[in-house]
Design a protein around this ligand. Structure first.
Ligand SMILES: O=P(O)(O)OC[C@H]1O[C@H](O[C@H]2O[C@H](CO)[C@@H](O)[C@H](O)[C@H]2O)[C@H](O)[C@@H](O)[C@@H]1O
Length: 664
């Protein structure tokens, strides 16, 4: 009979042992050897060719995201080739400000442009030398399956609460796309390997595109210092559990040291999934939430991202911002502007917003001719049929409203679907009385934050708009309950975007509240948004990551499990594996022995159907009980009748039934 404890050891032993250290003597198939972790990674450490030299004292952060914070441009000077510039709008670039001067940052990700294989080496070299960026080159087919397939058609909709109930709604699970997702994550892991100094560097992985990357990294380096931040929502467990690879993704995320979410609700959903799907509990200690996972504590962080104040302010100062603001001031003179800025995708609720505008015009005829909704619609990043449907519904609704309520010189809906420069967007913020974000789901959404900062203005823009600098600034927000920024905007009018009447009323309310109240709401938001910027967020994440990795060196670790089931078992340094020789000699030395035995899973293998003890077990127990130095108890969850019947022939055996509620 093989007991569960023993079979667990066999499980431990059965992992893939290709690259994880020495082989144990007594357990020939154990894949890693217990030891202080610093000993464990030595071989790996030596084998890593670090192209980027790391200085001894400087901390390094490797930031991994689907896209590098770069823009690629084709040279037009005849010799072909590429040149690159930083993408100032990229959050990954902006967050660098929060990490401090002394932290060296290396980026890993894809380029938006497809680089021909013949040019890839040169490009990689340039990017590493000039930008400390390491590109992951994916073939067009793999990229398409990974990004447009698994990411945008499967994960993205599901994480935004959309179930693939029919083939037209999102995408049905497709294992080949999942495999592409895993392969790409593995390619990213290889890129990290090229540059990491595993003893010192922190790795920060971003967003839903790379959720299985933590497993590949932890596999290579048991003690990698690894953070993950999810920028999208994490759905309720009732939605999440429909995903065929739900356990794989959860287990992969748990290979991080710190997992960050924008809101408490997303974190709560994740913790419920871990509890319901993996049976894991969590603890909250002194403000920190930690999940125990095979002896490691995985910390949970809740902090919404912010905007980059410096970048926004510098664009506000550009002369073109001023002149565009002046143009818009003149264009919309005499009208009150409501503003929407959204990607044209199914979750941004643009059509619902237009319907609410229509309702506003129906319910409040006084708004006709005076109120304009300017809707900036950025191109969607996905390609599904759903995107085309959203587009056509948006155009037809806008057309209907304009035909019904428009007149020469007045269009109630102004739909802008051509890409705008950032300064132009700022000009629209400047002239908008209220900003409307009515997405049905969004991880965070930083549009309201940008709007608030812009409405604070600056000297030049105030002059342009003829604002008295001594009068406090004002702004109004109508935001959906279902987006990540909503909890942080306590002065916004919150709406259920599906309730069109309520959104229409909120629009009207936003316009008619007294000026003093608009100023108060603005001031409250401005204070929050300007102090909780992207730098603050990054700094706070790094601080918590350092804290989460603090005892890495203290723990002893074993890596176990195949493929995406890989995890690390971490033990306190005082923990010792029982040695048979030690037990035998201690047993012999003792004059009194208390022996407590579990039954199911320990004395009886879980796979056996008839759990009645066989004569061999009864024999073992009786021989233990016969020794006058022994007190032997069997401790079980089973009821007293079963245990009494089964062990009636073991007269000296103590029984603790129902976990000790009944004792014999
Ligand atoms: O469309 P993708 O390439 O898959 O990228 C997803 C989106 O990433 C960014 O938005 C996400 O992060 C933002 C900052 O945390 C957050 O405000 C937003 O809610 C998230 O969805 C990016 O800004 C979007 O354009 C991408 O669609």
């Amino acid at each position: 009979m093989v007991s569960r404890s023993y079979s667990n050891l066999l499980d431990l032993a059965s992992g893939d042992n290709l690259s994880f250290g020495r082989v144990g003597k007594r357990l020939p198939r154990v894949m890693t050897v217990a030891g202080i972790i610093s000993e464990l990674d030595d071989e790996n450490t030596n084998s890593v060719g670090s192209d980027v030299p790391s200085s001894v004292s400087q901390e390094r952060m490797i930031i991994v995201g689907n896209q590098l914070p770069l823009r690629a441009h084709r040279r037009s000077d005849g010799d072909g080739g590429w040149y690159f510039s930083w993408d100032e709008d990229s959050l990954l670039l902006q967050l660098k400000d929060g990490l401090g001067e002394d932290v060296e940052v290396i980026y890993i990700g894809c380029l938006r442009e497809n680089i021909d294989p013949s040019e890839q080496d040169d490009v990689a070299q340039t990017l590493l030398e000039t930008f400390k960026c390491v590109p992951a080159f994916l073939s067009p087919d793999l990229f398409s399956k990974f990004y447009h397939g698994f990411c945008k058609q499967q994960l993205w909709p599901l994480f935004h609460y959309m179930l693939p109930l029919s083939p037209d709604l999102g995408g049905r699970f497709d294992r080949s796309l999942w495999q592409a997702y895993v392969s790409v994550n593995k390619i990213f892991a290889d890129k990290v390997m090229e540059v990491i100094n595993p003893d010192d560097d922190f790795v920060w992985v971003h967003d839903y595109h790379l959720m299985v990357l933590p497993t590949f990294l932890r596999k290579r380096f048991n003690r990698v210092k690894l953070g993950f931040f999810l920028h999208s929502p994490f759905p309720s467990s009732e939605i999440y559990r429909t995903l065929p690879v739900r356990d794989e993704l959860l287990r992969a995320l748990l290979n991080s040291d710190l997992i960050g979410f924008h809101t408490f609700d997303y974190a709560r959903h994740f913790l419920s999934c871990c509890s319901r799907m993996l049976g894991l509990g969590y603890q909250s200690k002194r403000g920190y939430i930690g999940l125990e996972y095979y002896g490691r504590t995985v910390s949970i962080k809740i902090l919404p991202v912010g905007i980059h104040m410096g970048q926004l302010k510098s664009v506000m100062h550009l002369p073109e911002t001023e002149s565009r603001t002046a143009e818009l001031r003149d264009q919309f003179r005499g009208c009150t502007v409501l503003l929407g800025v959204d990607d044209m995708d199914i979750f941004k609720g643009i059509s619902l917003k237009l319907l609410a505008m229509e309702q506003l015009l129906v319910q409040h005829p006084d708004c006709r001719g005076k109120v304009v909704l300017v809707q900036i619609a950025n191109p969607a990043r996905g390609r599904g049929r759903d995107v085309q449907e959203v587009q056509s519904e948006t155009y037809s609704t806008a057309k209907r409203i304009n035909e019904t309520f428009g007149r020469p010189g007045y269009s109630p809906v102004v739909l802008i679907d051509t890409p705008l420069q950032f300064y132009e967007r700022i000009a629209y913020y400047m002239i908008a009385e209220c900003c409307l974000v009515t997405a049905v789901r969004d991880g965070m959404n930083l549009i309201p934050y940008e709007y608030i900062i812009c409405r604070q203005g600056n000297e030049k823009l105030d002059e342009t708009l003829q604002l008295d600098p001594s009068v406090p600034k004002k702004s109004m927000l109508v935001v959906s309950e279902f987006i990540g920024c909503s909890p942080s905007l306590s002065g916004a009018i919150r709406v259920n975007p599906w309730n069109i009447d309520a959104v229409a009323e909120a629009m009207d309310h936003a316009l008619v509240v007294p000026e003093s109240e608009k100023q108060l709401r603005h001031e409250k938001h401005y204070r929050y948004v300007s102090t909780h910027d992207v730098g603050y967020w990054a700094q706070s994440f790094l601080q918590d990551l350092e804290r989460a990795c603090r005892d890495h060196l203290r723990r002893r670790c074993w890596g176990i499990g195949f493929g995406l089931g890989f995890r690390v078992i971490a033990l306190d340094p005082n923990f010792r594996k029982l040695s048979l020789d030690h037990i035998v000699s201690a047993y012999k030395r003792c004059r009194n022995r208390a022996i407590l035995l579990d039954y199911d899973g320990t004395m009886m293998a879980p796979s056996v159907t008839d759990k009645t003890p066989n004569p061999e077990v009864i024999g073992f127990l009786n021989s233990l009980c016969r020794d006058p130095k022994n007190v032997v108890f069997l401790v079980s969850g089973r009821d007293k009748k079963t245990l009494t019947d089964w062990f009636s022939s073991c007269e000296k055996l103590g029984l603790a039934a129902e976990h000790g509620y009944f004792m014999r």
